[in-house]
Write a protein that binds this ligand. Structure first.
Ligand code: SF4
Length: 290
């Protein structure tokens, strides 16, 4: 069985996005002893019969690259009898270095997920630098091109869709595709789903599919709607006090949005279009992650 475990690597972030879920972005990074404690807890709930995916999230994960390196080394040394099939670090895309690229490329199964909310206007309306309040699109786009070129495992981009930008979904996906991304994750804010959202979500998906059919490169879309359960163990800091940080959440969750109003229509559409092999998705019967 595939299981995904989530490790908060830092609460520190250089951005101040308008929809940020992380209220405290001022704390220090987790110390090595905190990471050890949290990783030990995660593995006390894991089985060496499972395919284990390890996800690093933040804050901005690349602000604690030393923590990521330490965690990987600790996992591979202490838990070498477990099968790690994937590491994935989520990043806001504002930080790039050769050291980051070299480390990720030194791991066979390390992917990064970059958060970009579609095109420049959409992205910059929500995702700003904390210090200057300026939009981050330009630097994220520039770094994304470097990551796409230099990383051995192709990066995936996540676009968050909510009620304010759903009307620009097609434009956003087209912009990400033209930036060079072939793997696009559409994150949906469940609380924004109403009849208007559903109507636009489906209409824009049809436009995306029609657009891609006339392009050279295929597109892999992950609309985060398949019915699939996975175990997620999250380790978080408690409050601001790094010394009192500990693991607080252990729960089972659906990894994806499960909304029948959307999935019925989209599945029907995808079942027709998927035969072309131009648009690949995790919806419908052809689902198989490659
Ligand atoms: S990148 Fe944005 S959403 Fe992510 S932690 Fe930083 S401020 Fe929050």
């Amino acid at each position: 069985m595939r299981k995904r475990y989530t490790l908060y690597i830092t609460k520190v972030c250089n951005l101040d996005c308008s929809y940020c879920y992380e209220l405290d972005k001022s704390s220090k990074n987790l110390s090595n002893s905190e990471l050890e404690k949290n990783i030990d807890f995660i593995f006390s709930n894991a089985s060496n019969k499972d395919d284990i995916e390890f996800e690093f999230i933040g804050g901005e994960t690349f602000l604690n690259m030393d923590g990521i390196k330490f965690a990987c080394n600790y996992i591979e040394t202490k838990y070498s009898d477990f099968r790690i099939t994937r590491y994935i670090a989520t990043t806001n895309g504002t930080i790039y270095s050769k050291d980051i690229v070299d480390f990720i490329n030194s791991k066979k199964v390390f992917e990064i997920g970059i958060s970009i909310d579609g095109n420049k206007i959409m992205h910059d309306s929500c995702r700003h630098f904390k210090s200057t309040r300026k939009g981050t699109y330009s630097i994220v786009a520039e770094n994304s091109k470097k990551f796409l070129k230099e990383l051995k495992v192709e990066p995936i981009v996540t676009m968050t869709v909510h009620k304010l930008n759903i009307g620009s979904l097609f434009s956003g996906i087209k912009s990400l595709y033209n930036l060079g991304f072939n793997l696009i994750n559409i994150g949906v804010n469940k609380t924004d789903i109403d009849d208007r959202f559903v109507k636009l979500f489906i209409e824009h998906h049809k436009q995306i599919c029609e657009y891609i059919l006339n392009q050279e490169r295929p597109l892999k879309l992950f609309p985060m709607m398949e019915k699939q359960k996975s175990i997620s163990i999250q380790t978080r800091l408690k409050g601001n006090d790094i010394n009192n940080s500990s693991i607080v959440d252990v729960y089972e969750e659906a990894t994806s949005l499960d909304d029948d109003r959307i999935s019925a229509d989209l599945k029907m559409y995808y079942s027709m279009i998927i035969q072309t092999n131009k648009v690949w998705t995790n919806m419908g019967e052809n689902y198989e992650r490659k």
